[in-house]
Design a protein around this ligand. Structure first.
Ligand SMILES: C[S@@+](CC[C@H](N)C(=O)[O-])C[C@H]1O[C@@H](n2cnc3c(N)ncnc32)[C@H](O)[C@@H]1O
Ligand code: SF4
Length: 387
């Protein structure tokens, strides 16, 4: 982080210390956008913060391999109105009690803390983020963090109730949208998700296009014997719809009965598509893109592949995750976690909370353990992590 921002962060911390005395300088106070704090920071300082936040240089969020973390994924709920087989164990999951989940305020306090340290993109996920009643307020609160350097507010949703809620979410500041859809056949949707709702997801995707999301990303987990024969139908859908269909390799998590044979690797998907769409060509990827992007000549939309299993992208990983119960997870596939909720609720001084975050980031491993080892490792079920 640039010297100016470091100094300004210190200034914030010292300001709160002076204001409250050494016993009262909780992180909640550091982060709350009270009038007192607001008036202590002049507009010029805020502008300076924005200009001098160099997201690529926060010490706190840089790991021992030099990876700078600018992307935070926050799980808003452990609940979901679907029961996807690859995500939710058949027997369900034990839900955390409400008081142990992060509240609206806590989510916003932690978001502010991370944005001050260089996070520029926040994705809301879950469980299903749309089941959370305070979603519009959460997005609205995050929208205020743009002056501190936040550039994008994204959400991944199953889309079932999206159409109705989208106008308010858009107004509150939601910029980017991923909708999950694994099949174009309604009966198969019911088999995969153990619930009805295909029509509603499709109309959610269309509503998102109408609201100007450009493109709407469609997440499709490809599983052998389930939907791999639909890959080309999904590609065909990009001919006239401005969507970016991302084919995701099936990943192992607790309780999802993953096995190597069920996973369809990237090179196999690509070969299948090339046989039908000979003009498929590679597009340029951005530095931290997890998706390998392609387009068929003349098609409105595009496709991509998320190859976490066959060609991992750990080397350029810039992501951190916050679970709905407030644990920081530095790797999707790592089982080490640290509770920011408890630290926050213990009135821990902000410097110490930042040290907890920093120590977790510094413990991040170079890469995940490899798909076969991952399938034997203990991790949360995906629904309790937040994809
Ligand atoms: C856990 S969901 C949460 C957000 C929302 N409920 C949804 O389904 O979009 C986030 C993403 O993770 C993906 N996902 C879940 N389990 C997976 C697995 N085992 N392998 C690959 N992707 C998975 C889902 O398809 C979805 O796109
Ligand atoms: S993938 Fe999303 S929609 Fe499906 S069960 Fe998991 S959280 Fe729910």
């Amino acid at each position: 982080m640039g010297r100016n921002v470091r100094c300004l962060s210190r200034l914030f911390l010292n300001f709160n210390k002076n204001l409250l005395g050494t016993n009262g300088n909780s992180i909640a106070t550091y982060c709350s956008r009270t009038q007192a704090v607001k008036s202590a920071v002049t507009q010029a300082e805020l502008t300076k913060t924005k200009e001098s936040v160099d997201p690529a240089s926060s010490d706190i969020l840089t790991d021992t391999f030099g990876r700078q973390h600018t992307y935070l994924r926050i799980s808003l709920s452990e609940r979901c109105n679907l029961r996807c087989q690859y995500c939710m164990p058949e027997e369900g999951v034990e839900l955390t009690t409400k008081e142990k989940l992060l509240s609206t305020d806590e989510i916003l306090q932690l978001s502010e803390l991370f944005v001050r340290e260089g996070i520029t993109k926040i994705r809301l996920t879950g469980g299903e983020p749309l089941v959370r009643k305070d979603l519009v307020n959460i997005i609205g609160g995050m929208n205020e963090l743009r002056s501190l350097g936040l550039q994008s507010i994204a959400m991944t949703t199953n889309g079932v109730t999206l159409k109705r809620k989208l106008p308010d979410l858009r107004k509150a500041g939601l910029d980017l949208l991923n909708v999950s859809l694994d099949t174009l056949i309604p009966a198969k949707f019911e088999f995969i998700t153990r619930r009805k709702g295909w029509d509603r997801v499709m109309s959610g995707i269309d509503a998102a296009i109408e609201h100007g999301y450009n493109p709407v990303k469609v997440n499709c987990v490809v599983m052998r014997g389930v939907n791999e024969e639909e890959i080309c139908d999904f590609v065909a859908l990009t001919e006239n719809k401005n969507i970016d269909v991302r084919f995701i390799e099936y990943m192992p998590f607790d309780g999802n009965k993953w096995n190597f044979k069920k996973m369809v690797p990237y090179d196999e998907m690509l070969k299948t598509i090339r046989e039908q769409f000979s003009t498929l060509h590679r597009l340029n990827d951005q530095p931290n893109d997890t998706s390998k992007a392609y387009r068929v000549d003349g098609f409105k939309g595009q496709i991509g592949f998320i190859t976490s299993m066959s060609e991992h992208f750990c080397g350029t990983c810039n992501r951190l995750r916050l679970t709905a119960d407030g644990n920081l997870k530095v790797c999707l596939f790592g089982n080490s976690e640290v509770s920011l909720r408890d630290t926050l609720r213990n009135n821990t001084p902000p410097e110490d909370l930042l040290q907890v975050v920093s120590a977790a980031v510094k413990r991040k491993k170079k890469q995940h353990a490899g798909m076969l080892n991952l399938s034997k490792m203990k991790n949360r079920p995906m629904i309790l992590i937040g994809g």
